[in-house]
Ligand binder design. Structure first.
Ligand SMILES: [Zn+2]
Length: 215
């Protein structure tokens, strides 16, 4: 799941008006922001299956970034640090939920490769990816509903605030489609470095949000 995660972050703004969209994006994508780093460090691993067009990646082990238990832990840490800095309790709770939402949304699409906890854990996944059209519909619905929530929860405070959201949404769609239709990187190192470009969307989230104001 890609754009669906961002959709969840957009929708969360409605429940955490004081939290910047950039930080909400960072929370919902925390697992996938950390994962490429873990790959580069050799802490987590992924198998490449170039012949397999449907599942080019074999998620062999990623317990630190993609286990249910660590999702809860990261969420708690994320929310707690935010609370320490901002003393905004509803915002902290929403951020914690956003971090955990990544695992829950991944659960819907992944094949059973998501561990419940690090170590010798059973692996779960409902495998919606086996039905690409349905997956696309679910992700699109999350993104559209999230966008509507965000646009309801905020209003532009200047001209940039009016058009920047559209630009960001367009770039998110482009990124999502590029991921679907471009060939998989041919090495784990390339995946690790390639994954870093997602940070652009964290910055875009901050930029859009700074030019809009919560209703
Ligand atoms: Zn993920």
């Amino acid at each position: 799941m890609v754009i669906g995660h961002f959709g969840f972050g957009l929708g969360a703004k409605k429940f955490a008006p004081k939290v910047s969209l950039g930080l909400l994006f960072m929370a919902v994508q925390w697992a996938d922001l950390l994962w490429p780093v873990m790959l580069l460090l050799g802490v987590e691993h992924v198998g490449l299956q170039p012949g397999n067009s449907k599942f080019p990646l074999d998620f062999t082990d990623y317990p630190i970034t993609h286990s249910l238990l660590m999702g809860i832990v990261w969420g708690a840490v994320f929310g707690f640090i935010y609370w320490l800095v901002k003393k905004d309790r509803p915002g902290a709770i929403v951020l914690a939920i956003c971090v955990l939402s990544h695992w829950v949304l991944d659960l819907i699409v992944h094949n059973p490769d998501l561990p419940l906890f690090p170590g010798n854990s059973p692996k779960v996944g409902l495998g919606l990816w086996n039905w690409p059209v349905l997956t696309g519909l679910v992700e699109a619905a999350l993104f559209i509903i999230g966008s509507i929530f965000y646009l309801q929860a905020t209003k532009a405070k200047n001209t940039t605030g009016k058009w920047s959201f559209g630009l960001m949404a367009f770039l998110l769609v482009v990124m999502h489609l590029a991921g679907l239709f471009s060939p998989m990187p041919n090495s784990v190192t390339a995946i690790g470095w390639g994954g870093q470009f997602q940070w652009i969307f964290i910055f875009l989230g901050y930029w859009v949000d700074r030019n809009r104001v919560a209703n």
